[in-house]
Write a protein that binds this ligand. Structure first.
Ligand code: DIG
Ligand code: MN
Ligand code: MN
Length: 389
């Protein structure tokens, strides 16, 4: 079906190899789908209008592959990318599957593991750079604890900072023009993960040697797992100039990480996110870090990927309709109207402004009595989303 919402490469939609390649394994069940090769995934994504494909090192290269095998697989992947016109905007390292990282990678208590994690990441960065990645994601899936006595959180933060400082300095020495994007998650697969939210990551970035190279990769499901509003997390990242990448999916509130099809659980939350991204000017990849239900076959996986992209396109159209809706815009203008009597009191500090503010007589009863018309506004937006405006 081709319509106004059909995804096209210019829409910047990307998927990880691990998303449409997810075989449906979960902690309580075996795989339900055949494993797809990387070239087959490239062909699938190109066929549905995606812009690019992302990867962990181990999504492409088996951990124990010898150099010749690694090279052959990489060349085959590069050929598939060229044949189908797909890019690799983002790469990352799998520092969470290998048993060696069972107690963390950069924050393992074992210095040998911490050093090996650096080596593993350096090799994976070289692969990402070869494939043309512009953004390198760090998701610390094992950087956490179950037993809080086992690890000093100050050690963990310091070790994580040491690793990122080392890697940013190394990338600069290699002449790699990469941006690092830190991805937060509150828990799972560890009982508690360090730096659990996008906000925590933003504060941490400010402590790094090359903080200008480092931003965030917020994920819908991960902020929602912490009971937080995702668009507000994204807005703070954007305000800080640190929204370097984004992981789109959906999540039905605080529970295990569901990585659902975009918009499939909280359509209103997805709408406000799309409206924000479209209106703030974010022009980076729109990456779906999600996977199909375990109930699905290969056709269902394709339905999942198309659904992610179509829902984004439809919600972007709804956001445009909201901007053009005179009644909604009229209420917004009324809500945000300036008050000439108090505008001079607001703004950057000056001694004159402080004196005027101290002396001003406020009619707090009148201010308190004002009706804000949010019910009407929110109902209009709801009706727009339900398709009757
Ligand atoms: C999980 O949400 C993480 C891993 O899939 C990967 O490291 C990162 C990249 O989007 N997201
Ligand atoms: Mn997730
Ligand atoms: Mn993610």
């Amino acid at each position: 079906m081709q319509d106004a919402y059909t995804p096209r490469p210019e829409h910047r939609f990307t998927f990880g190899l691990w998303t449409v390649g997810n075989p449906g394994r979960d902690p309580f069940g075996d795989p339900v789908r055949a494993t797809l090769t990387a070239p087959a995934i490239v062909e699938l994504l190109a066929g549905i209008g995606a812009h690019g494909v992302n990867l962990h090192d181990e999504d492409l290269l088996p951990r124990d592959a010898d150099a010749a095998t690694r090279e052959r697989i990489t060349v085959d992947f590069e050929k598939a990318l060229a044949d189908h016109g797909l890019r690799v905007p983002m790469a990352t390292t799998n520092l969470f599957s290998d048993p060696v990282f069972k107690d963390g990678a950069f924050t393992s208590n074992d210095p040998g593991v911490r050093a090996h994690a650096l080596q593993r990441t350096m090799r994976a960065i070289e692969l990402g750079v070869r494939l043309g990645a512009e953004t390198y994601v760090f998701w610390g899936g094992r950087e956490g604890v179950e037993s809080h006595v086992s690890k000093d959180p100050l050690d963990a933060i310091r070790w994580f900072r040491d690793a990122l400082n080392f890697l940013t300095h190394w990338c600069k020495d290699q002449g790699y023009d990469l941006k690092f994007a830190l991805e937060a998650k509150p828990n799972e697969p560890r009982g508690d993960l360090f730096l659990p939210t996008t906000g925590a990551m933003l504060g941490f970035i400010e402590t790094l040697d090359h903080k200008e190279m480092v931003g965030v990769n917020p994920e819908v499901a991960h902020e929602r797992m912490a009971g937080l509003d995702f668009t507000h997390a994204v807005a703070q990242a954007w305000d800080a100039g640190k929204l370097f990448h984004i992981d789109l999916n959906d999540q039905a509130g605080p529970r295990y990480d569901q990585d659902l099809r975009f918009g499939s659980s909280d359509i209103k939350g997805a709408f406000h996110l799309v409206r924000f991204l479209e209106e703030c000017g974010y022009d980076g990849p729109l990456h779906f870090d999600a996977h199909a239900y375990r109930t699905e076959d290969a056709a269902g996986v394709r339905d999942f990927a198309i659904g992610c992209m179509r829902t984004y396109r439809i919600l972007a159209d709804k956001a445009a309709r909201m901007r053009a809706d005179a009644e909604i815009q009229g209420i917004l203008a009324e809500i945000r109207r300036d008050d000439p009597a108090v505008m001079p009191l607001l703004g950057a500090y000056t001694a004159e402004r402080a004196a005027a503010l101290r002396a001003h007589a406020f009619d707090t009863e009148a201010l308190a009595a004002r009706g804000m018309r949010y019910e009407r506004l929110d109902q209009l937006v709801t009706e727009l989303l339900l398709g009757i405006r």
